[in-house]
Design a protein around this ligand. Structure first.
Ligand code: MG
Length: 406
């Protein structure tokens, strides 16, 4: 039997944590995959090291001004045939080209949406970790993927858990009729059992001290306000085409059940595992090796196997919407549709930064987000360019509110 040629993988944001974890999994499966494109933004010395180690056909920086710096950094490390590129346009074109089969979208921020859209339009398989692609532009990205037949496999641990629990005939972008509800689990962050009266004393340092996952400052604050779960509700809405009424959140402080699918017959299917990103990544890569539909092909990931006996109790609690209003805001954005989710995302990025800069209190994050959302004139999404414009406008609006509040 002839072995199929290795799948060509693009890793966007290769110098970040998704990149580290993806390369760790790929190192275990060299015969099935080949790294064809590595991209980074500012950390060009790391990107050059990775290029030396993996010898990809293409290396790119998303910063258009850094082409010559990247060339210098790579000189003598990568093979002379490695093509070097700069700018999102070049990266998007590569992702859509025949050089690439699978795109691992690990870039952070709204800049990461453009190559995802390009890959979706070209019918590629996308392992999606870029939140903005769904939170800001979920409607456009999923519509594009459905039209081209592209597969979008989420890497976020909750959505990946749901994906794993869906039946094998699942078609990208539509949960089957038999699904009654999805339950996203939330660690609850560091403050879920702290009395609300003391919330205004919370410091950025306390908010960044997440009990389960080591993460960047922005996402740590989002976990502490539960906005991270709110944004994940929005993502789930687009990924699985379900209304807010069919999306639930359970606080689960042990973070071992990563999410659940509730079926019409009363069955709940859950995915459990150690909190290790290599598990969702290995599942996504395994999916790429199954040619049609969603077939469970499991690849060794390097992650430790979860030992339930050493953990004891698994607990679940309802989220407290009064203490953590972010979930309500996200539901509101899902129900209203249009530009509201993109606006909420932009406002939240500004308020979280203001909190980290000690300009506003912890409770003010959600309060100001709510005020901004209230002032938005909602409108249908026309294009990604339209969303980018909304993003800029809402950030300015939010700064005014922060100013008025401080
Ligand atoms: Mg998550």
């Amino acid at each position: 039997m002839k072995t199929a040629s290795p799948l060509q993988v693009a890793i966007l944001g290769a110098t970040g944590s998704i990149g580290d974890n993806t390369l760790d999994v790929l190192a275990r499966h060299g015969e099935a995959f080949q790294v064809a494109l590595l991209t980074g933004h500012k950390n060009l010395s790391k990107l050059a090291k990775l290029a030396e180690q993996w010898q990809p056909q293409h290396v790119a920086t998303s910063d258009p001004g850094s082409l010559s710096t990247l060339r210098e950094a790579i000189q003598g490390l990568a093979s002379p045939t490695t093509a070097i590129h700069a700018g999102m346009e070049a990266i998007s074109a590569l992702c859509a080209s025949d050089a690439i089969d699978v795109v691992v979208a690990g870039m952070v921020g709204s800049a990461g949406v453009e190559p995802v859209l390009a890959a979706a339009a070209a019918g590629k398989t996308i392992l999606l970790a870029n939140k903005e692609s769904l939170v800001m532009a979920g409607d456009i990205v999923m519509r594009t993927a459905r039209a081209s037949g592209a597969r979008i496999i989420p890497l976020d641990s909750e959505h990946n858990a749901i994906y794993q629990c869906l039946p094998d005939d699942y078609v990208c972008g539509q949960a089957p009729e038999s699904v009654h509800k999805l339950i996203l689990t939330a660690s609850g962050g560091p403050f879920w059992d702290r009395p609300a009266e003391t919330f205004s004393d919370i410091t950025p340092e306390q908010a960044c001290n997440h009990p389960k996952w080591r993460m960047g400052a922005k996402i740590s604050v989002d976990s502490a306000t539960l906005m991270n779960k709110g944004l994940e509700l929005i993502e789930a809405h687009w990924l699985f085409n379900l209304p807010a009424t069919q999306l639930d959140v359970h606080v689960h402080p042990q973070s071992l059940v990563h999410s659940l699918v509730v079926y019409e017959d009363g069955s709940l299917l859950a995915q459990l595992g150690e909190p290790d990103m290599r598990i969702p990544i290995a599942y996504g890569l395994g999916q790429c090796l199954s040619v049609t539909g969603k077939r469970p092909l499991r690849l060794p990931s390097g992650a430790k196997t979860l030992d339930l006996l050493s953990h004891g109790t698994l607990a679940f609690y309802p989220p407290d919407d009064d203490k953590f209003p972010s979930l309500k805001l996200a539901r509101q954005a899902i129900e209203a549709g249009g530009i509201l989710a993109a606006a909420l995302n932009a406002s939240n990025e500004e308020t979280v930064q203001a909190f980290l800069d000690h300009r506003i209190s912890f409770p003010a994050i959600a309060r100001i987000n709510a005020r901004v959302i209230e002032k938005i004139h909602n409108q249908p999404v026309e294009s990604f360019e339209h969303l980018q414009q909304v993003d800029v406008e809402v950030r300015a609006m939010t700064q005014n509110e922060i100013h008025a509040h401080a």
